[in-house]
Design a binder for this molecule. Structure first.
Ligand SMILES: [Zn+2]
Length: 373
């Protein structure tokens, strides 16, 4: 295997510089939460109230399925804080975005790690930078997380928050998508003697196979089960991406490729001979093959429409059910009687995220709620 020393130096420098940058960011750039907290730091009563509301929201049991758009509003010193448990997979990047910039309204988002329904640490694992009203988080471990979101409390502004994921890598076959993946990780192979250590993406012979990441080609050869194959390394200490059964290869070992570059074309070489042309795609880290699906599976964001929510609501029916998520399949928390005054914190699809009596939170369908004027 031929490795270009210049490429190694570039990668080393890049990795080192990036780490120093990340470290210095930690010390110099305040988070959205820090900036908002600083606005009432001299007022002990408000600071204490904020801390209490934040802790209570952080430990609620509400759930959110991604992608979601939350319509909400900031209001004077009402300390409305949104917090939800979400499920994330290694290979995904979580994105939290608002439709408003930090000069108009400071927004804060914090992410906590959850294990067995309990927060792993009292400190967040990542928070948005104050000057940016959005947050990107590359998931390092599959599991549950808790997101906590709020905006500065002294302005009256309607805004929305999009919470969604995207794959860390680009889909490896040009013009193809999730429905073209027809064999998954763990499927039985060789009559049960081994398991499928990747995914198969079906496409017409000759469809371009593309670089899912910037990196260098460690190996490009024709041999064994994989046939015409490429091993693409994402940085010196990164993962290795495996492309197999190609009809032909248009790159060579040692080449540095950029995201989206064509590496070759879909075929059925190696042990795929006789089968329909497809790309076998795998990802390897230092301990071996890992499930590549979440790294490339395309995700979608629902269209956000302009919607305003009112602040004060009242229940309409004789029985008004409160649930832990925005759907009838979610567990019921309790049932409110008619004319119960509630506070609206936000809206997701047709469901209000409501709060009652300072300590009960949940989702209630919009048909059960009227504005309380
Ligand atoms: Zn395969």
């Amino acid at each position: 295997m031929k490795i270009n020393i210049k490429i190694i130096l570039v990668f080393l420098c890049f990795a080192a510089c990036k780490q120093v940058q990340n470290l210095s960011d930690k010390f110099t750039k305040p988070s959205g939460k820090q900036v908002i907290e600083s606005t009432f730091k001299d007022n002990d009563t408000l600071s204490k109230k904020f801390e209490d509301v934040y802790e209570q929201a952080k430990n609620n049991n509400l759930e959110l399925v991604l992608p979601s758009v939350i319509y909400t509003k900031s209001d004077s010193l009402d300390f409305s804080i949104l917090s939800y448990k979400i499920f994330l997979e290694k290979g995904e990047r979580l994105k939290i975005e608002t439709n408003i910039d930090s000069d108009s309204l400071q927004f804060a988002s914090d992410i906590y790690s959850v294990l067995n329904d309990t927060l792993v640490s009292k400190n967040s694992i990542v928070s948005n930078e104050a000057s940016l009203n959005h947050l990107n988080f590359e998931v390092f471990k599959t599991g549950y997380y808790k997101i906590v979101m709020f905006s500065e409390f002294t302005k009256k502004v309607d805004f929305n928050i999009s919470v969604y994921t995207e794959p860390v890598f680009l889909f490896p076959v040009a013009g193809k998508g999730n429905k073209d993946i027809q064999s998954y990780w763990g499927a039985v192979r060789s009559g049960g003697k081994r398991k499928h250590e990747g995914i198969d993406i079906f496409a017409k012979r000759g469809t371009p196979v593309i670089a899912s990441v910037d990196g260098f080609v460690a190996t490009a050869k024709n041999s064994g089960l994989g046939g015409k194959q490429i091993w693409l390394k994402s940085g010196l200490f990164g993962k290795t991406l495996y492309y197999a059964h190609l009809d032909s290869i248009t790159t060579s070992a040692g080449a540095y490729v950029k995201l989206g570059d064509t590496l070759g074309f879909v075929g059925n070489t190696g042990n795929a001979k006789g089968a329909s042309p497809h790309l076998h795609f795998g990802i390897y880290n230092s301990s071996g093959a890992i499930n590549p699906l979440a790294f490339v599976k395309k995700s979608y964001l629902p269209n956000s429409i302009e919607e305003k929510v009112f602040k004060n609501g009242i229940t309409k029916l004789t029985k008004n059910e409160l649930r832990i998520g925005s759907g009838v399949a979610y567990k019921k928390i309790e049932t409110f009687t008619e004319n119960t005054p509630i506070t609206i914190l936000g809206k997701i699809d047709n469901w209000f995220h409501i709060k009652y009596a300072d300590n009960i939170e949940g989702f209630m369908h919009e048909s059960l709620v009227a504005e309380n004027i």
